[in-house]
Write a protein that binds this ligand. Structure first.
Ligand code: NDP
Length: 496
């Protein structure tokens, strides 16, 4: 199949870049077959897209909110009909196993239904006044043009987490997907076009982060940037946006721990860790990359984990047997392997995996097997730095306090799990783990669309996607005060 071309979508029209840059060719990371290509857009295309979004803003903000919700609902319905085709493409474009690709599309559908249902809700507040004959309430209003920058690992779900609430609240959008998954960005755009999104309300620009992404961040007419990606990129964006006083919502890296106590159901913990560590080939922001195990059950659980990891099948994502698909690209493969080498040099023991797979069916792709490093100590780089691949660092803890201290001893704070049958300890852990998402007796992955999603410390900057909190991220609150007493009433003075 020839590579499908991806254009920009600006002011309701598909178009080539104004000054086409180099061609970006995307190949299936499992077998090297060509999947998609695009000419890299540049600053001029971002300028055109922002201008289109700015022009469309007045019409979209004055469209009643339930009507805006209908566009979102329809696009989710179209995604439901096209689910299998989009999932198959996702597996080829970024490598995730087909069952997970279907899950990614399902998450997008769920987000569409969820946000559309907010169309008739997303309420403001009515606030009692301290003075008579005075009414106070809040209303939500849009921010303006929002720039959305997304990564490749959830190429349909993450764009919907940002686009749907942005559009619902009356904002207009310029969307820059990850270069690796521009074709999925095109598919997402098709859903919105078919659903009837008005011209200019949603615009797609495909180009490099360093040019297009940066131009979006620096554009004076973009009021908000919503970014998901690495911590380095996210903090750079925040620094550039600060002097322009833009709202910036950041979802960044993680180093997510699973803590297992001596009284835990070890089989449950083992299965949960394997799924959380190796699902999406470890390339989830919420992936478990540290198992922190109580000394009393350390040896037993480590053995179970190694046996379990060795049984997981690695292969092309379209093969239903594959638990792990290909790693997204060669750079990422090298980075993962580099970390394993660092871990071994630092004194960790390689229990399984530990080298790229290069023979037979793996020869044309980027494959890395499920890998376990044991004897990891809390200060090693493999204990604190994000690897973003199928590598699990196993750390021994003396007791509960030691385990929680190790779990919290990282710059990130996205997701964390705690396994124990002691209800008191479970409640303590849910208070003491420094994370945005705390799972009790469940793995670190699997957030649902209706729950607030985001992390502490260097994972985020206080905003939450998902759940009702995402409505706050994409709207301004206005407090309206009406005094119908007919006189000048002085708050804090006349009520004594
Ligand atoms: P990057 O930060 O490299 O890229 C993310 C997006 O930012 C891409 O669209 C990229 O464009 C763009 N970008 C890159 N540089 C700039 C820049 N200077 N200005 C503006 N935009 C830029 O991350 P990855 O794509 O490698 O994704 C992996 C990372 O994302 C991991 O660290 C992971 O933890 C994190 N992540 C976090 C999630 C969360 O919710 N917390 C969810 C998923 C991933 P281009 O593709 O063209 O480089």
């Amino acid at each position: 199949m020839p590579a499908e071309n991806v254009q920009n979508f600006i002011a309701g029209k598909w178009c080539d870049p104004i000054k086409p840059g180099e061609t970006f060719l995307r190949k299936d990371p499992a077998n090297g077959e060509e999947v998609s290509k695009h000419s890299q857009a540049g600053k001029a295309d971002i300028d055109a897209a922002v201008a289109a979004a700015k022009k469309a803003f007045a019409g979209w903000r004055s469209t009643p909110q339930p009507k805006r919700a209908e566009v979102i609902y329809r696009s989710a319905e179209i995604a439901r009909k096209r689910k299998e085709e989009i999932a198959q493409l996702m597996t080829r474009e970024m490598g995730k196993p087909i069952a997970e690709a279907r899950g990614d599309v399902q998450e997008a559908i769920d987000m569409g239904y969820y946000i559309a249902s907010e169309g008739r809700r997303a309420w403001g507040l009515q606030i009692p006044s301290e003075l008579p004959n005075k009414r106070m309430y809040t209303m939500r209003q849009p921010l303006g043009v929002c720039g959305l920058i997304t990564p490749w690992n959830f190429p349909i779900a993450i764009p919907t987490w940002k686009t749907y609430p942005a559009l619902l609240m009356g904002n207009t959008v310029v969307f820059k997907p990850a270069s690796e998954t521009s074709l999925l960005g095109k598919r997402f755009t098709e859903l919105l076009i078919e659903a009837g999104v008005p011209s200019g309300v949603f615009n797609l620009v495909v180009g490099a982060g360093s040019t297009c992404g940066n131009a979006l961040v620096e554009h004076p007419d973009v009021r908000m940037i919503s970014f998901t990606g690495s911590t380095t990129t996210g903090l750079g964006i925040a620094a550039k946006a600060a002097p322009l006083n833009k709202r910036v919502s950041l979802e960044m890296g993680g180093k997510n721990p699973v803590v297992v106590m001596d009284d835990a159901d070890l089989e449950l913990a083992c299965n949960a860790i394997l799924w959380a560590a190796y699902g999406t080939t470890g390339q989830r922001c919420t992936a478990c990359s540290r198992a922190i195990i109580h000394a009393a059950v350390y040896d037993k659980l480590l053995k179970m984990l190694v046996e379990g990891a060795k049984k997981l099948h690695v292969g092309h994502g379209s093969d239903p047997k594959s638990f792990l698909g290909a790693v997204v690209n060669e750079k990422q493969l090298k980075s993962i392997h580099g970390y394993v080498e660092i871990g071994v040099k630092e004194g960790a023991k390689l229990e399984c995996g530990g080298a790229p797979l290069t023979q037979g069916e793996y020869a044309k792709g980027h494959f890395y097997p499920p890998t376990i490093l044991s004897g990891v100590t809390p200060k090693m780089r493999v204990a604190v730095e994000e690897i973003f691949g199928p590598v699990l660092s196993v750390i021994k803890a003396k007791d509960y306090d030691d385990a929680i201290a190790i779990a919290n001893n990282v710059e990130f704070g996205l997701s964390g799990s705690f396994f124990s049958r002691d209800v008191n300890l479970c409640h303590r852990a849910s208070e003491e783990m420094e994370v945005g998402l705390c799972y009790i007796n469940a793995g670190t992955t699997g957030a649902e669309v209706s729950t607030p999603f985001g992390g502490w410390k260097n994972t985020g900057n206080g905003h939450r996607e998902g759940g009702p909190t995402v409505i706050d991220a994409f709207s301004e609150i206005k407090t309206v005060i009406t005094d119908y007493s007919g006189k000048v009433q002085k708050a804090q003075i006349d009520n004594n």
